[in-house]
Design a protein around this ligand. Structure first.
Ligand code: SF4
Length: 322
């Protein structure tokens, strides 16, 4: 087993963990299956938790001044019960790094959840988030949050796993560490963070320099806020190119001009989506080994999460290779 922290992830219970859907079904999910040995899952089914039982009549979100969660068959309005449960459940989570949610559910769906015109009228008037998901986004918006369907896309999956393991590592450091541990965390993630947001990386660098002699708790809090902002969206391919050029710059005296040209041509192929980023990284890694660069060797950019979770398949929606 690789030397990574174990992220804690709240998961919709109907994904692999229990026959809790309205019709008593459980949904097999490949992403959950693959992650199970490396992640501590916290399964929950909010609809069961508020006492709806299995099987149950379907519920839907309907349009009103404020959107309401209704069970059309019984006419029951479950809005405040679901909101109260969601708040209470989330507020007792002391350690969590991410959420993996069932899509399109009026409870767990993050986006694209249908809003119906009324209890009786099935015309769809807009899309929204489920009630439980909406509370998650409010309370834990900076964490790694995804829906099961979207993880079929390579870029989104890579981003989700990178963020999840980085946040788990940060949580572990924060719990046990001090200023030196934060500086070490920053140093080993430098190129990963540069690929996300170089501007925020600089702000984080100034924070850990701590010229104002702030206490660790205060520095770590500011740092965490920036870390969440930095990893809000997947890194762009142009930013990956910039990072790879920076890293290759370490070896500019040692490499022949032929090797440099070959590397530039590989980067161009990556930009043109002819080769994956991993092809570029394996060349860089071979140079790190050849020239024994201790600093680059420890960069999380090369392997931000366990290799066993790397899978190059893609749904075909969006860029295949990050
Ligand atoms: S989507 Fe959420 S509420 Fe619906 S069955 Fe799955 S876990 Fe329960």
């Amino acid at each position: 087993m690789s030397d990574f922290p174990v992220p804690k992830v709240v998961v919709s219970q109907c994904l692999e963990f229990g026959e809790v859907r309205y019709n008593g079904a459980v949904i097999p999910d490949k992403a959950v299956q693959r992650m199970r040995p490396y992640v501590e899952f916290i399964p929950v089914c909010p609809e069961v938790e508020i006492g709806l039982g299995v099987p149950r009549e379907v519920i839907r979100i309907v349009d009103d001044e404020e959107q309401q969660l209704i069970q059309p068959k019984t006419g029951e309005n479950l809005t405040s019960t679901m909101k109260d449960f969601s708040k209470a459940f989330l507020s007792q989570l002391t350690e969590v790094d991410g959420f993996l949610l069932k899509n399109r559910s009026p409870t767990c769906g993050m986006q694209d959840v249908k809003v119906y015109q009324s209890e009786k009228n099935s015309q769809v008037v807009s899309k929204t988030s489920g009630l439980f998901a909406s509370e998650i986004l409010q309370q834990f918006g900076g964490l790694a949050i995804e829906e099961e369907g979207r993880l079929k896309n390579f870029t989104l999956r890579h981003h989700f796993l990178t963020k999840l393991f980085t946040l788990a590592s940060f949580r572990t450091m924060k719990k046990n560490g001090g200023m030196r541990d934060l500086q070490a965390f920053h140093s080993q993630n430098k190129y990963l963070f540069m690929a996300y947001q170089p501007g925020i990386l600089k702000q984080m660098g100034r924070l850990i320099a701590n010229h104002g002699h702030l206490p660790f708790d205060e520095v770590v809090e500011y740092y965490e806020e920036r870390l969440h902002r930095l990893m809000e969206k997947p890194a762009k391919s142009s930013a990956h190119v910039n990072v790879c050029q920076h890293m290759a710059g370490y070896f500019k005296r040692e490499l022949s001009s032929k090797e440099k040209e070959g590397f530039q041509s590989l980067l161009n192929q990556y930009v043109d989506e002819k080769v994956p980023l991993s092809a570029v990284l394996s060349v860089l890694q071979s140079w790190v080994d050849r020239f024994q660069s201790a600093y680059l060797k420890k960069q999380t950019y090369f392997t931000p999460y366990p290799l066993e979770l790397v899978e190059i398949t893609d749904s075909g929606k969006g860029r295949a290779y990050s």
